[in-house]
Ligand binder design. Structure first.
Ligand SMILES: [Zn+2]
Ligand SMILES: [Zn+2]
Length: 259
């Protein structure tokens, strides 16, 4: 777009922060960016589930302990909460592709500041995004996970390849109870055998890690196709209940001036 048109459009529709709606130059304003909470240790060494530092001593969570996983390690950059959650919804459901850059940077930051260091990107061979089914892709116009994966691949200087295909459309996981999510994605993905190279170590990217059902299924398919290892990296995961309860209690204490 010609800068003059851009300028006129900005006068008519001044740019606003996509998370809080205040007038700002950046798609996510400084205040909103500062409020994004990266997930640091202690977390489950396998799936990255954040532990209550006052309670947990074991290295693995109850779901991972003694269980074989299709992925070797999963990490998420930040908590799905507040402005970040708002920005992710605007990105995914309102087609605000302009948020791809700032949201990708949240992931890159987590690699740089150590929150996601266990992903050891130096030993990754190839980056891959969770694919969307063609019908969803047409509707949305872009694959949000691929946009994030592009940012990560560029930052760690590894190739981004379409290693997976979605073979059938699925109901959005967000609409389903946790108990139905595994079945919903079973057999929904296939390896793209033109792209998969045996024994490679894959970094698999998605926007959200909730129950992990989609990512586990993708990792299973990639392993079955001959890759050596799949590590998972998501932009965000839900705030665990222990943390939410603590935050609510702190807010309450502030409001009522008690300790
Ligand atoms: Zn804002
Ligand atoms: Zn775990």
């Amino acid at each position: 777009m010609h800068p003059l048109w851009r300028g006129m459009l900005d006068l008519l529709y001044p740019p606003r922060c996509e998370a809080c709606g205040r007038l700002r130059q950046e798609p996510i304003c400084d205040e909103c960016r500062a409020s994004i909470e990266h997930i640091g240790p202690p977390v489950c060494e396998v799936c990255g589930q954040p532990f209550d530092p006052r309670a947990q001593a074991a290295p693995q969570c109850a779901e991972c302990r003694g269980r074989r996983r299709s992925f070797s390690v999963a990490r998420s950059a930040a908590y799905y909460d507040g402005p970040l959650a708002a920005a992710i919804r605007r990105f995914k459901y309102d087609g605000q592709l302009v948020l791809g850059g700032p949201l990708g940077r949240v992931m890159v930051q987590a690699l740089e500041n150590g929150a996601a260091r266990d992903l050891d990107p130096a030993t990754i061979d190839v980056v891959c995004a969770v694919p969307l089914h063609e019908s969803r892709l047409r509707e949305r116009g872009f694959n949000q996970s691929e946009v994030l994966a592009e940012a990560v691949a560029e930052a760690i200087e590894k190739p981004l390849k379409p290693l997976l295909e979605r073979t059938r459309p699925t109901a959005p996981q967000v609409d389903l109870p946790a108990s139905s999510r595994v079945r919903n994605v079973q057999g929904a993905f296939a390896a793209n055998l033109r792209e998969v190279i045996a024994k490679q170590r894959v970094l698999l990217i998605d926007d959200l890690f909730t129950t992990g059902a989609t990512l586990r299924e993708c990792a299973r398919v990639l392993r079955a196709a001959g890759t050596a290892e799949v590590r998972i990296f998501a932009l965000a995961r839900p705030v665990p209940t222990w943390r939410r309860a603590g935050a609510d209690a702190r807010a309450l204490a502030r409001e009522h001036r008690v300790d």
